[in-house]
Design a protein around this ligand. Structure first.
Ligand SMILES: C[S@@+](CC[C@H](N)C(=O)[O-])C[C@H]1O[C@@H](n2cnc3c(N)ncnc32)[C@H](O)[C@@H]1O
Length: 281
C-alpha cells in the first residue's frame, strides 16, 4: 500500500480522498495556503508542502484541475526533493463517475421499461446533455436554460444566504442552436429557453424517467425539485449536480430541504462536484 499525500485541500482534493483506491493510504493533505495548514480535513492533518514531503510519502495526488497550477505544484514538489510518484486527477476526465452513473441508470430505466421523457435544467454548452441524449436514444430530451447565464434575482438570494460567489451572467457564453447541433439525436431535443421555473409550464402533463438538475444555484434547484418530482415515473431518477460542491452550496441546501419535506434519502455520488441521485419509489 502506498503512503499518499493529497496536495490541495479544496473541492478536488477532498473528493480524491473519497475516491482513493485500496492501494493508496492517504495520510495527510498538503496546502500552500497558510490558513489551511494546521486544520483537519476528513480527520487528516493539512500540512505545508515542506512538512508533507518530510513525512516520506510514496505518492502525491495533485488535488487541482488546471494545468498551470498542476505544473507549478509538480515543480514545487521536485524542488522540495520529492522523487516519488505524482498522480494528476486527469483520470477523472477519462473515467468519470457522473457519466458512468448516468449510463447505468439509463440502462436500468430502459431495461425496466420505466416510462417517460428525459430533461436537463442547466445545460450551458450541452456537455452532459449530450450524454443524456446518447444514453436515451429514443426519448425526448427537454433542455431548460436561460442560455444567457445566471439571473440577477437568483444571484441576489445566493448573496443573501452566503451560498456562493455567483455573478449574474456567469455561463452566458453559449448558444441553444449550437447545443442542439452537438447532440447525437437532435430530433429528440425540445428547447425551453428562458428563466426556470417560468419555462416549465408546457411540461405540466409530461412524465419523466430521468432528469438532471445542474443550475448551481439554490432558487432554481429548489423550484426544479418541487416541479419535476410529481411528474417522475416510479423507478425514474433525478440527478442533482453540485450537492457536495464547496463553490456552490445552494444545491445541497435545496436538496436537503426537499428531502426532509418528502422523506426521501438522497444517494451521494463521488464525482468531483458531488452529485446525488433521488429515485422515485
Ligand atoms: C454549470 S452550468 C450547466 C453545465 C451543464 N449541465 C454541463 O454539464 O456542461 C449552469 C447553467 O444553469 C443555468 N441556469 C442557472 N439558473 C437558471 C435559471 N433560473 N433558469 C434557467 N437556467 C439557469 C445557467 O444559465 C447555466 O447555463
Amino acid at each position: 500500500m502506498k503512503k499518499t499525500v493529497i496536495f490541495g485541500s479544496g473541492q478536488i482534493g477532498s473528493m480524491l480522498r473519497r475516491l482513493a483506491g485500496t492501494d493508496y493510504r492517504v495520510t495527510c493533505f498538503a496546502d500552500n495556503h497558510p490558513k489551511r495548514q494546521g486544520q483537519l480535513l476528513h480527520g487528516l492533518p493539512i500540512l505545508s508542502p515542506e512538512d508533507a514531503v518530510k513525512t516520506n510519502p510514496d505518492c502525491f495526488f495533485i488535488g487541482v484541475r488546471d494545468t498551470e497550477r498542476t505544473l507549478q505544484m509538480e515543480q514545487q514538489l521536485h524542488a522540495l526533493g520529492f522523487t516519488g510518484e505524482i498522480l494528476r486527477p486527469d483520470l477523472m476526465e477519462v473515467f468519470n463517475p457522473r457519466s458512468g452513473i448516468l449510463r447505468l441508470l439509463a440502462e436500468q430505466i430502459i431495461e425496466s421499461c420505466v416510462p417517460g421523457d428525459t430533461a436537463e435544467v442547466g445545460v450551458y454548452r450541452g456537455d452532459f446533455a449530450t450524454l443524456i441524449n446518447e444514453a436515451f436514444p429514443t426519448r425526448p430530451l427537454h433542455l431548460f436554460d436561460t442560455f444567457t447565464g445566471f439571473s440577477a434575482k437568483d444571484v441576489l438570494v445566493e448573496q443573501q444566504y452566503s451560498l456562493s460567489h455567483a455573478r449574474a451572467g456567469d455561463f452566458s457564453s453559449t448558444d441553444p442552436e449550437i447545443v442542439t447541433l452537438k447532440m447525437p439525436y437532435p430530433e429528440n431535443i425540445v428547447l425551453h429557453k428562458g428563466y426556470f421555473p417560468d419555462t416549465f409550464l408546457p411540461c405540466e402533463n409530461t412524465t419523466f424517467a430521468f432528469v438532471s438538475l445542474d443550475v448551481d444555484l439554490y432558487v432554481p434547484t429548489k423550484a426544479a425539485l418541487e416541479l419535476f418530482w410529481p411528474y417522475m415515473s416510479r423507478g425514474g431518477c433525478l440527478m442533482v449536480h453540485d450537492y457536495n460542491s464547496m463553490q456552490y452550496t445552494g444545491a445541497k441546501k435545496a436538496v436537503r430541504e426537499f428531502c426532509e419535506k418528502t422523506n426521501i434519502f438522497p444517494v451521494p455520488i463521488c464525482d468531483l462536484h458531488g452529485s446525488v441521485v433521488l429515485m422515485k419509489q
